[in-house]
Design a protein around this ligand. Structure first.
Ligand code: GLC
Ligand code: MG
Length: 571
């Protein structure tokens, strides 16, 4: 009896110490692992080439799993690697259930998944559901006649005008081009929400939906942990085919749906696509242990984006990208406002996402004018704010945008824009040639930065500052961007309050120069203060212990330019 009390006493005494560990363990096991995870996005073509063709492969992903585990990432998201003509580098799928030869075989994939799981990590990858390649067997069949069994698997319409050669309506695609392509065989137009070689599937046809849900089940049965859903905003189109209204916007933005003076309100973000997200969730929830997740890609205001996650109060996607952060000016008040908006629309049980880059957008460091200090500050925000952090490969070492003339672009978007004068392109904040953010990972100082054999030509050029910017060099420099990432991820991984605590803006420290917030879980409260200005600041009265700073030789009450600090607050 006495002994039992003793145990109880010991247990109670230990609670404050075991709290964080047991919470972490719970996170690993319970169904909400995705809320506390950190995601690293690999563009497989550019990650590591092991078979000597200058193109990265799945074997290369396996080879560098320890690198990612050591950095502290839990989830890996890999851009498409299934069979494809590679006109849009895998975002044009020819077979959803076969691995592209360039990347390996199904055996390689199975081994990769096993290796990931062995490390207690998660693997998700891109599911491009909206469209297929025009070389996909479904499209081949669908386009072969007007009355084949798959005739309505894509969106076919007669043209207007006397000879039927005028497009069915004025819709533009997200990529700026016209959204209808004439097919000589069927003497009809098919709809493409992206590029002409990516015909949209017709989700009003139930067989299409079922075929796609079977693809989902195929991969979930294999044990993958979820999917990144490519342009989920594009799944449905308005079947009335009404013309889109005019817009004052020429260039696309992250929160509106306008391009080339047209508002794409009838071919994107249809209510049916929100409903589709809840149906898809039901399929994914057939697989319970461990929970599989869905992360969607869409443009739009946060008030619209959240509809993908809980349309009519039902569970939909677990999370949705919030691209607002990508184009956010580096200003304290802007970050404050953005965080307030995220909190407003993505309060518990929803979770915001924190993204600064991906395979379509400019490199973070280049957007920041090359400043590693700013990049570290953003990383501090990303790993201490409330949300799921996503790192695009190379962000942790600061791979820059590599300027590649549009004419030389392998990216189909670059090809489409090749008439634009290069001087305009170089000046624009966003890239028009996506090759520029897809150049190979920089591993070391050897030829081709260790991405591929020195005698092989990499598919895209290696950034020419790779002698300074590479993993090996940064590992041995305690002040490097790499080592800061490692430190801040580790802090997050060991601090439940930073993973799942509530967030409140620390108004008393906020100003035009400073953005600050608290993260609180139970008794633990942390304060994050980010000096987003180029000036040193002092005389801050902070009652707490400084845990991490972006800088060395830091003191509690003063801040270097672009310095960020995390404090454990005394209460
Ligand atoms: C998404 C992808 C992009 C791709 C497009 C078409 O926006 O991120 O890379 O080209 O969809 O699938
Ligand atoms: Mg569609």
């Amino acid at each position: 009896m006495m002994k039992n009390y003793l145990y109880l006493f010991l247990f109670l005494w230990l609670i404050p110490f075991v709290e964080s560990d047991s919470l972490l363990m719970a996170n690993g096991l319970d169904s909400d692992w995705w809320k506390t995870t950190t995601v690293y996005h690999i563009y497989p073509r550019s990650w590591m080439d092991t078979d000597g063709d200058g193109i990265g492969d799945l074997e290369g992903v396996i080879a560098q799993l320890d690198y990612l585990q050591d950095l502290g990432y839990e989830t890996i998201w890999i851009s498409p690697f299934t069979e494809s003509p590679q006109k849009d580098f895998g975002y044009d799928v020819k077979d959803y259930c076969k691995i592209s030869e360039q990347y390996g075989t199904m055996e390689t994939f199975d081994r990769l998944l096993a290796e990931v799981h062995q490390r207690k990590m998660k693997l998700i990858f891109d599911l491009v559901m909206n469209h297929t390649s025009d070389e996909h067997a479904w499209f081949q069949e669908s386009s072969s006649s007007k009355d084949n069994p798959k005739a309505d698997w894509y969106i076919w319409k007669d043209g207007r005008g006397k000879n039927g050669l005028k497009r069915p309506n004025n819709w533009r695609a997200m990529s700026g081009n016209r959204a209808w392509t004439y097919h000589q065989g069927r003497k009809q137009f098919y709809y493409n929400g992206f590029l002409p070689f990516q015909p949209d599937l017709n989700y009003h046809q139930p067989d299409v939906k079922n075929a796609m849900f079977d693809v989902v089940r195929f991969w979930l049965e294999k044990g993958v942990d979820g999917f990144r859903l490519d342009i989920i905003s594009a799944i449905y189109e308005d079947s009335s085919l009404k013309n889109n209204p005019l817009s004052i916007h020429m260039t696309p933005s992250d929160r509106t749906l306008s391009i080339f003076f047209q508002h794409l309100g009838h071919n994107f973000l249809q209510e049916e696509s929100f409903g589709f997200s809840t149906e898809l969730r039901e399929v994914v929830d057939e697989f319970e242990q461990p929970q599989r997740i869905l992360i969607g890609e869409s443009h739009g205001h946060e008030s619209v984006l959240r509809e993908f996650c809980n349309y009519k109060g039902k569970n939909g996607l677990h999370a949705i990208f919030m691209f607002n952060a990508i184009s956010m000016p580096f200003k304290a008040r802007k970050y404050q406002k953005m965080t307030e908006t995220f909190e407003k629309y993505f309060a518990e049980p929803l979770m915001p996402t924190l993204v600064f880059a991906n395979h379509d957008r400019n490199r973070t460091i280049s957007r920041l004018g090359g400043s590693a200090d700013k990049a570290k500050l953003l990383a501090m925000f990303q790993f201490t704010s409330r949300g799921i952090p996503f790192t695009y490969f190379g962000e942790e070492i600061g791979i820059p945008r590599v300027i590649i003339p549009l004419k030389e672009g392998k990216d189909p978007i670059a090809q489409q824009n090749k008439w634009l004068p290069q001087f305009l392109v170089n000046r624009s904040v966003e890239i028009l040639n996506r090759d520029e953010c897809r150049t190979p990972m920089l591993w070391n100082t050897q030829a081709n930065a260790g991405f591929c054999d020195s005698l092989v030509k990499p598919w895209l050029p290696v950034a020419d500052n790779y002698q300074q910017i590479n993993v090996e060099t940064q590992k041995s420099d305690p002040q490097s961007q790499y080592n800061f990432f490692k430190k801040i991820i580790s802090l997050r991984n060991h601090t439940p309050a930073l993973q799942s605590g509530s967030l409140e803006i620390a108004q008393e420290f906020c100003s035009k120069k400073v953005f600050a917030y608290y993260r609180t879980l139970g008794k633990n409260r942390y304060l994050v203060v980010l000096n987003m200005s180029k000036k040193s600041l002092d005389q801050f009265e902070i009652q707490g212990d400084m845990i991490v700073s972006t800088h060395v030789n830091s003191t509690i009450g003063a801040f270097f330019p672009y310095e960020g600090k995390v404090f454990l607050v005394h209460r």
